[in-house]
Every structure is written in structure tokens, then in C-alpha cells.
Design a protein around this ligand. Structure first.
Ligand SMILES: CC(C)(COP(=O)(O)OP(=O)(O)OC[C@H]1O[C@@H](n2cnc3c(N)ncnc32)[C@H](O)[C@@H]1OP(=O)(O)O)[C@@H](O)C(=O)NCCC(=O)NCCS
Length: 181
């Protein structure tokens, strides 16, 4: 994976099932917030946070997040943060790709781009939570671990009884250690 130019921009041809076009991956800017909200809402799978949350994330967590654009239009994103109690750990909060672009490697490229960026800052592990019914997400993170020759472990984190609404339990997936930059 490339992307180590000063801007950390990654450019590629999108070879997926979606429309062919130039795929660019970079850190988000505030103006991307509404598109992150839209893609999340349209996924019909992810928890939809407030539109405000996506604007705030694009402002304050852009260095641990990434957006994918095809011919300038946002088609996917990953949001994350460095865990305050574990500065060597990136927590991936949400990752989603517009339905029109799925199956073409966009999510994998987003994750690898982001890992490349944060490894340069000393991050060695990635954590995320996944509900047991989300096969696509489990496959996505398993592929990331495989491609980076890293271990992947899952354990219970937030069991269903902790949620005040009807929500499946969220299992913790921890991947790493990643090779140092
Ligand atoms: C999960 C999601 C982000 C995957 O995006 P994508 O761009 O289609 O994923 P990629 O093409 O990069 O695939 C990456 C890997 O996951 C696998 N994968 C992706 N979607 C899959 C699916 N529906 N079923 C099985 N495997 C799947 C791919 O085969 C690939 O593995 P491989 O390298 O072994 O072939 C997308 O389906 C999505 O936005 N879903 C709704 C939101 C969501 O569930 N997000 C994850 C939880 S935060």
C-alpha cells in the first residue's frame, strides 16, 4: 500500500463493481461530514450518530479517519481514534462503503491507508467492535489481519444486556501487532 506522501493521499483506479473512476483516499475535511452521515444512514446496518457527530469527527479526528472518493464524490469512510488509555491502539469506530461501490476493495484500502498513517505515529494495534451477525465486517477485518500478517483475537465486550435498547452484543476484535513503519 502506498500513501506515504506528505499529504498521506492514496490514489488508485477503482477496480470494483462500482463505476470505474479514480479512487482517492485521504483524511476527511469538515465538509465531508454530511456524506459520512448519509452513507451511515443508507447502510441500514450501522448505528446512525447525529449529523453533528460526523462534523465534529471530521474536524477533531481527521488524523485517525479517512475518506474514499471516486472522481471527487465520497463513496466510503472510516472513522477512528487513538485510545486515550492505550496510545498504541487505534479504535475503528465506523467503516462503511456506499452500496454502489461495495465488493471492489474500497473498505480494505481505507483500512490499510489508515493503518499506514497511524503506524507512523507509533500505533501497533487496531481494535473494533462488531455484532456477531455482521459477516461482511468480520471478513473485512480478518482480511486486514491476514494481509498485514497480524494476529486477530475476538472477545466479548459489550453484551446485549448492557444496551438500553434492542441491540446485539458487540464483540471486541483486536488486531496486531503491526510492523513498525
Ligand atoms: C463492510 C463493508 C464496509 C465492506 O466494504 P467493501 O468495500 O465491500 O469491502 P472490500 O471489498 O474492501 O472487502 C474486504 C474483504 O471483506 C470481504 N467482504 C466484504 N464484504 C463481504 C460480504 N458481504 N460477505 C463476505 N465477505 C465480504 C471481501 O471478500 C474482502 O476479503 P478478501 O480480501 O478475503 O476477499 C461494506 O459492506 C459496508 O459498508 N457495510 C455496511 C456497513 C458495515 O457493516 N460496516 C462495518 C461495521 S463498522
Amino acid at each position: 500500500m502506498t500513501g506515504d506522501k506528505p499529504s498521506h493521499k492514496h490514489e488508485d483506479r477503482n477496480g470494483g463493481s462500482g463505476s470505474a473512476g479514480r479512487l482517492e483516499i485521504d483524511a476527511p475535511v469538515v465538509a465531508d461530514g454530511p456524506e459520512l452521515y448519509r452513507i451511515t444512514r443508507d447502510s441500514a446496518v450501522l448505528d446512525v450518530n447525529s449529523s453533528y457527530a460526523y462534523l465534529l469527527w471530521c474536524r477533531d479526528f481527521s488524523q485517525t479517519s479517512a475518506v474514499a472518493r471516486v472522481d471527487g464524490a465520497v463513496v466510503g469512510f472510516v472513522t477512528g481514534f487513538i485510545r486515550p488509555d492505550a496510545p498504541d491502539t487505534l479504535v475503528v469506530w465506523q467503516v462503511a462503503v456506499d452500496a454502489s461501490q461495495r465488493g471492489g476493495g474500497v473498505a480494505g484500502k481505507l483500512l490499510n491507508h489508515l493503518v499506514d498513517r497511524v503506524v507512523a505515529r507509533g500505533v501497533r494495534f487496531l481494535e473494533t467492535t462488531i455484532t456477531p451477525d455482521n459477516t461482511a465486517s468480520i471478513k473485512l477485518f480478518s482480511a486486514l489481519a491476514r494481509d498485514r500478517a497480524a494476529e486477530i483475537h475476538s472477545s466479548e465486550l459489550f453484551t446485549a444486556d448492557l444496551f438500553p435498547d434492542s441491540h446485539l452484543g458487540e464483540d471486541l476484535y483486536r488486531i496486531g501487532p503491526f510492523d513498525a513503519a
